[in-house]
Design a protein around this ligand. Structure first.
Ligand code: BJW
Length: 239
């Protein structure tokens, strides 16, 4: 690993594990058999365009429930620590989050890229405009821009292209340090970012409750809760 003083550009990838201690369930049950969001539903039913076409009511109800739930949650010390790093880091920095919650922003982070979309947006598939949305979609409300009743959750389902890929690969291409926090490494393309970063010469650090699927690719792995590991790491790097 480089000396800290040689690090200028940082890419941080976050996943469901960083929001777990805010009370938002992760997607996959961990080795310890923790709760999993998919337990009640097959992933093909609720997180694919085909599932939405087959049973839109089921999918809209599922996302309405989660959109309501995240609005009752609060950022935890891991989100606040990254917001502090974002505010104080003088070099390039981007927090690429796979999470569709807004806890990074509510903690104060600015340089955030939501590669899997955002719960608090609705996407009109008629006019292709994304509008801020906190209410439900199940009753098929009219799009505020074109009035068509074709709003869907603005989230990236399996088989769809994640957002911001050009900016992500550009950031990976110039980063000195890639840090992965609270993600299982089960879903691509995010799971492949560590390999991209290593091949392009970056140092890589994993902060997670347990080893992720791509754990062996990281130069260093620290295991524990995000609410403890992340503030400690931020303290270290800002010294
Ligand atoms: C803690 C903690 C604590 C707990 N502290 N840690 C074969 C090979 C390669 C790819 C494919 C393949 N077959 C199919 C694909 C593509 C597919 C894919 O990856 N499938 C896999 C199942 C194999 N991917 C796609 O379709 C993507 N699109 C795509 O590939 O387009 C083509 C393309 C080509 C070239 C370049 C780019 C693109 C789209 C993927 C969309 C994923 N969408 C979801 C749903 C979003 C909406 C919603 O919220 O409902 O995104 S799925 C779900 O998984 C969600 C998450 O963002 C994502 C990742 O989950 P995450 O965050 O890792 O959560 P968990 O639960 O898995 O893990 C939590 C971790 O936290 C665990 O490790 C815990 O230990 C830890 N933890 N508590 C610290 N307190």
């Amino acid at each position: 690993m480089r000396d800290m003083s040689d690090i200028r550009n940082i890419v941080i990838l976050t996943g469901a594990g960083i929001s777990a201690e805010s009370g938002i369930d992760t997607f996959r049950a961990g080795a310890n058999g923790g709760p999993s969001l998919w337990e009640q539903h097959r992933v093909e039913d609720v997180a694919t365009p085909e599932g939405f076409a087959r049973d839109p009511e089921l999918v809209l109800r599922f996302y309405d429930m989660r959109r309501a739930a995240i609005q009752t949650k609060k950022p935890n010390p891991a989100h606040f620590a990254l917001a502090r790093l974002d505010a104080q880091w003088p070099g390039e920095l981007v927090i690429i989050t796979q999470n569709v919650d807004d806890l990074h922003e509510r903690a104060g982070a600015k340089r955030v890229l939501h590669m899997h979309g955002e719960h608090l947006n609705a996407w009109c598939t008629s006019c292709d405009v994304r509008s801020p949305w906190t209410a439900t979609l199940i009753e098929r409300p009219a799009c505020p821009v074109c009035a068509a009743r074709t709003l869907r959750p603005d989230v990236v389902w399996f088989g769809e292209m994640p957002y911001g890929m050009d900016a992500i690969y550009a950031a990976l291409g110039t980063c000195d340090l890639f840090v992965s926090i609270g993600t299982s490494g089960a879903v691509y393309p995010a799971a492949g970012f560590v390999q991209n970063a290593v091949e392009l010469g970056a140092d890589t650090l994993e902060l997670n409750l347990e080893r992720s699927q791509g754990s062996r690719m990281f130069h260093e792995t620290r295991l524990g809760r995000a609410s403890e590991l992340v503030p400690a790491w931020v303290e270290e790097i800002l010294m």
